[in-house]
Design a protein around this ligand. Structure first.
Ligand SMILES: [Zn+2]
Length: 288
């Protein structure tokens, strides 16, 4: 283990050597000298230290709900159970056993969730876990109509402000539905007949995004891609479409009201269960 003093010395040495080398090799480097010296992180031509120096000064926003036994979930799932196997007073360390379905809390739905033979969680390309973040904000329309479906006009309005949705983007639909979390009844918003009412994507928008804009993935704040009316009838045709393109989606995102509609990056991560058909995910936006 390095002591603090030794760490400081190593950092100082690296900084001095790295900064000198960078100046000698590449006088036109993009990263300004102040960034190269930041926290002793050296920036040599071709490495990513300059990128890191830029990113670490930015604001990170967690778009993930913490999950537990009370987490709202799809109607067909049982409850989550947590069992403590070891405790620090008794055993010197703490271990819990978690039992829940893969589609629990903020989670990833890989293509294999709906289509045998397509990608499972462990087969998702790591490059599809860091993307430009595009937010289609329809929260005001949803406030007036909980069954609102994202329209081509919403996409056109976004593109008028920012240009075409970039390739390999992660496109999130902002509805502010996540503010109802963790109240399952409010998330489902059922009427007297038991029909759920919450917003949905639409097939024309999904086709535009995946087939023409070539986005990497999409996500929403609700429990379903298809909206409450569709889910009540067990109509999951839009979710089936998205996963059928062999791209993943994220459900039950949080705090999309805290990120800009363009200009941020998003990191999506999850464990790597072999052959996994879903798993809780962690989704973090890095603001510009
Ligand atoms: Zn799902």
């Amino acid at each position: 283990m390095l002591t603090r003093a030794r760490l400081c010395m190593v950092a100082a040495l690296t900084c001095a050597c790295g900064a000198g080398a960078a100046r000698a090799e590449d006088p036109h480097q993009e990263t300004p000298p102040t960034a190269t010296a930041h926290r002793g992180v050296a920036h040599r031509s071709g490495d990513l230290m300059g990128v890191y120096a830029t990113l670490e000064g930015k604001r990170f926003v967690d778009l993930t709900h913490a999950f537990g036994p009370d987490t709202p979930h799809w109607k067909g799932f049982g409850e989550m159970k947590v069992r403590t196997l070891y405790t620090i007073p008794k055993d010197g360390f703490h271990v819990d056993e978690f039992c829940h379905v893969g589609q629990w809390g903020t989670h990833v739905d890989p293509p294999a969730h709906f289509h045998d033979g397509l990608k499972t969680v462990d087969q998702i390309d790591p490059k599809d876990m860091l993307m430009p973040l595009v937010v289609l904000d329809v929260h005001e329309k949803v406030a007036n109509n909980p069954d609102y479906q994202l329209s081509l006009e919403d996409v056109a309005a976004w593109e008028q402000r920012h240009g075409p949705i970039p390739e390999h983007a992660f496109v999130a639909m902002r509805t502010d539905w996540s503010k109802r979390w963790p109240d399952d009844a409010k998330m489902q918003n059922r009427d007297a007949q038991g029909v759920a009412h919450y917003p949905a994507w639409s097939m024309p928008v999904l086709k535009l995004l995946y087939e023409q804009r070539h986005i990497a993935a999409s996500g929403h704040e609700t429990t379903d891609t298809d909206g409450g009316i569709g889910a009540t009838k067990d109509d999951y045709s839009m979710e089936s479409y998205v996963l059928g393109t062999n791209h993943y989606q994220i459900e039950m995102l949080a705090d999309l009201d805290k990120v800009p509609e363009y200009g941020a990056l998003v990191m999506v991560s999850f464990p790597k269960p072999s052959g996994g058909s879903g798993f809780p995910a962690r989704v973090i936006a890095i603001l510009p």
